[in-house]
Design a protein around this ligand. Structure first.
Ligand SMILES: [Zn+2]
Length: 51
């Protein structure tokens, strides 16, 4: 499993996002995604799923 770039919790599914705070693409878990999606300049770049 890969780790969330923000909370470092391992998971199989991560969301590729960026925002005003995270100016470069990061992979985050669903919980962190919920927070980032409320930030300014939020954009979503896909989902990474591990098999
Ligand atoms: Zn997270």
């Amino acid at each position: 499993m890969k780790k969330c770039n923000i909370c470092h919790k391992p998971d199989k599914t991560h969301y590729r996002v960026k925002s005003i705070i995270h100016k470069h693409w990061i992979f985050c878990c669903k919980e962190c995604w919920n927070q980032i999606s409320t930030q300014k300049n939020y954009s979503y770049g896909g989902t990474r799923k591990l098999k």
